[in-house]
Design a binder for this molecule. Structure first.
Ligand code: IPE
Ligand code: IPE
Ligand code: MG
Length: 236
């Protein structure tokens, strides 16, 4: 029965395959990213109907700066455009926006638009969308270690107090629960430095579908697969 489905509270997605999608259609890579942004918009628009409370989307990694300046510039421009075009949509659909990553490393224009959208959407309660931008799992762990070291230096905590709970409280978004389901599009079987701490017990679902072709029906398939998993968390 539909209402008996267990819906993952937090779904995290590695949105991969924009470049391959573009190639498949005889287009430039940037057109793949443009198509990918439309897929993001469609998902955000129907978030509240899915029952998912948190949706984290890996949009730009700390390693993605290695790409050509042309591609990086296009991605940053697209990000700013996306926020401009879709802030009304977030508001209409009661979706709150958050970001995760080294946001200070993003170009000012994108950063300002993000800050504004985060502020304006902060009271929305129909679900949370988190853009992982200039995000790296190792960077996040290193940044948490730095914050904790600082607290020790200031005498606010002692090294004995450092445990998993305190560590997690110093990650980028301490109030967001760990993902239950990780989806990767385009078939690659790796984490690519995504949420290394938070994914410890996530169920993993990989589809060959390229990100621009990922829609609600594809999300539904991933949730179906999730239903069938037996999550043991180390117990029996
Ligand atoms: C994912 O698509 C988008 C980003 C990483 C920004 P890719 O650009 O990695 O697409 P492929 O992997 O080359 O197909
Ligand atoms: C992961 O995709 C990063 C994002 C989706 C933002 P990549 O395309 O960068 O990952 P690799 O290079 O295949 O590991
Ligand atoms: Mg890729």
């Amino acid at each position: 029965m539909e209402n008996e489905r267990i819906i993952p509270r937090h779904v995290a997605i590695i949105m991969d395959g924009n470049g391959r999608w573009a190639k498949q259609h005889g287009l430039e890579r940037v057109e793949g990213h443009r198509a990918g942004a439309i897929a993001v918009k469609n998902l955000v628009e129907s978030l509240k109907h899915t029952g998912i409370q948190y949706l984290t989307l890996y949009a730009f990694s700390t390693e993605n700066w290695k790409r050509s300046k042309e591609e990086v510039d296009a991605l940053m421009e697209l990000l700013a455009e996306f926020i401009d075009a879709n802030l009304p949509l977030l508001m209409e659909n009661d979706v709150r926006l958050l970001v995760s990553g080294r946001i200070e490393g993003l170009p000012e224009k994108a950063r300002e638009k993000l800050k504004d959208a985060i502020r304006k959407s902060s009271a929305n309660t129909g679900g949370t969308v988190i853009f992982a931008l200039n995000y790296g799992g190792r960077a996040e762990i290193a940044d948490a270690a730095k914050k904790i070291a600082d607290q020790v230096l200031k005498g606010e905590i002692s090294p004995e107090q450092i445990d998993e709970k305190l560590f997690a409280q110093n990650l980028y978004l301490p109030d967001v629960p760990d993902p239950d389901l990780l989806i990767r599009t385009s078939g690659e079987l790796r984490l690519s430095n995504f949420l290394l701490w938070e994914l410890s017990y996530a169920e993993i679902y990989v589809t060959d579908t390229y990100w621009p072709d990922f829609d609600l029906a594809e999300l539904d398939k991933a949730i179906d697969a999730f239903q069938k998993r037996n999550r043991r968390f180390g117990g029996r």
